[in-house]
Ligand binder design. Structure first.
Ligand code: C5P
Length: 402
């Protein structure tokens, strides 16, 4: 943490708001100045008195305060710090941010700020998983808002799941990282560049009502598309059937089958990078029935002959208009690194993002990945998929702009 940095800390309403006090202590110990802004919900969980005492600065609460407006004013408050952190960020507050509401001091500050923003979400797992929150997070990350957590674990209401506020030390590290790197969300290193991302499963029809598919939510691929767009890239996202909103700021092409996905990818070329995060079905039915196959009592089930699908990653890697950087994914349940290294060579791509899917990665919020390149293996810690996407996008930007 560079000493002398100034953090504007918005505390919104969540039982975990008490952890913001520990974050303030860590920031001040590292030499940072902390200016607190407390929402009405936040004030239900921590008092302004304790926040003020620990921050050593007045707490700002009221948009309509004559005194506050005379002293600093909400626009200056929004711009006086090096970074704005929202800890904890409740579902309601994130929704306000996503939609640009400005009906209290904290939300007005968030709308008026031109500083990097970090949010640390905290809410019940069902609220975090709700499509409304997913869509809000997608639009916030697409706009360059940084996210830390939430973690998976016990909640105040005796339930457990992803939604628990990241620990103060983790949030501190995220803030320190952003401040140290001097990363501005306004920095758009990929501006003017076209990148291609595949995401989701493919559906391979057996007959008009049945299909072969892979288990894939598309969360990781969609998050990567959003993170690349946040760095200024023009992104074409070729997506199989998913239950996710289209990431804002991204051109989404919806396909069903592997062959359609390949055609859409080739149509999207040229691109400077292709990130193949889709879980493409390896096989399709060799003879797709035009009518629904009938279950006839007493008769053996119809045989299902399979045909090999095109390998999109391998095709793009050897394409006449090959992107400068081609990235594949390897979902492995054992020998993760050895299999990923072999896959990198077999497919002809540049990097493989390898992950161990023996746990709850499929459809889950977190991912533990290893980046396998020609020069070795980089192990990343267990991270939310959003954060894997942000880091991968930064690594891609570093490669393309080097
Ligand atoms: O061979 P495997 O399916 O394990 O390789 C995974 C990687 O290859 C992923 O990046 C996936 O998107 C890509 N792939 C593809 N087309 C296929 C099969 C896999 O692009 N038909």
């Amino acid at each position: 943490m560079p000493a002398g940095k100034h953090v504007l800390l918005v505390v919104s309403g969540s039982v975990s708001a008490y952890k913001a006090l520990e974050l303030v202590r860590l920031l001040r110990k590292a030499g940072a100045r902390v200016t607190p802004v407390l929402t009405a919900g936040g004030a239900r969980f921590v008092t302004p008195h304790v926040l003020q005492a620990i921050a050593g600065e007045p707490v700002h609460q009221d948009l309509w305060s004559l005194q506050g407006e005379a002293d600093v004013g909400h626009i200056r408050l929004a711009r006086m710090a090096d970074l704005v952190a929202v800890v904890p960020a409740s579902a309601d507050f994130l929704a306000k941010m996503a939609h640009g509401l400005a009906d209290d001091l904290a939300s007005t500050v968030l709308l008026a700020t031109n500083r990097p923003i970090l949010v640390a979400p905290a809410m019940n797992w069902a609220m975090w998983a709700h499509p409304a929150t997913r869509a809000n997070m997608a639009s916030l990350t697409a706009r360059g808002v940084h996210v830390t957590g939430p973690n998976d674990g016990a909640m105040a209401e005796a339930e457990s799941g992803p939604g628990r506020l990241a620990e103060p030390a983790e949030i501190f590290a995220a803030i320190a990282g952003l401040l140290a790197a001097g990363r501005e969300p306004e920095a758009r290193p990929l501006a003017g560049r076209h990148l291609l991302v595949t995401s989701g499963p493919t559906h391979e029809p057996i007959d008009p009502v049945r299909y072969i598919a892979n288990r894939s939510s598309g969360k990781q691929g969609h998050a990567i598309a959003a993170a690349l767009a946040a760095l200024g890239a023009r992104v074409t996202l070729v997506s199989g059937p998913v239950a996710l909103p289209d990431p804002p700021g991204v051109t989404t092409v919806k396909v069903e089958s592997a062959r359609e996905m390949l055609a859409a990818c080739e149509a999207a070329l040229p691109a400077e990078a292709a990130i193949c995060a889709a879980a493409v079905a390896d096989w399709r039915s060799a003879g797709e029935a035009t009518q629904k196959l009938k279950k006839i009592p007493g008769e053996a089930p119809p045989p299902l002959a399979l045909a090999l699908n095109p390998d999109i990653l391998a095709t793009l890697s050897r394409h006449a208009r090959r992107p400068a950087l081609v990235i594949g994914f390897a979902a492995e349940t054992e020998n993760v690194i050895a299999n990923a290294t072999a896959k990198r060579q077999r497919k002809g791509c540049d990097w493989i993002v390898a992950n161990d899917v023996s746990g709850d990665v499929m459809g889950g919020e977190d991912n533990t990945v290893h980046i396998v390149t020609a020069s070795g293996v980089e192990d990343w810690p267990r991270l939310p998929k959003q954060e894997v996407a942000t880091r991968l996008a930064a690594r891609i930007a570093g490669f393309l702009t080097a």
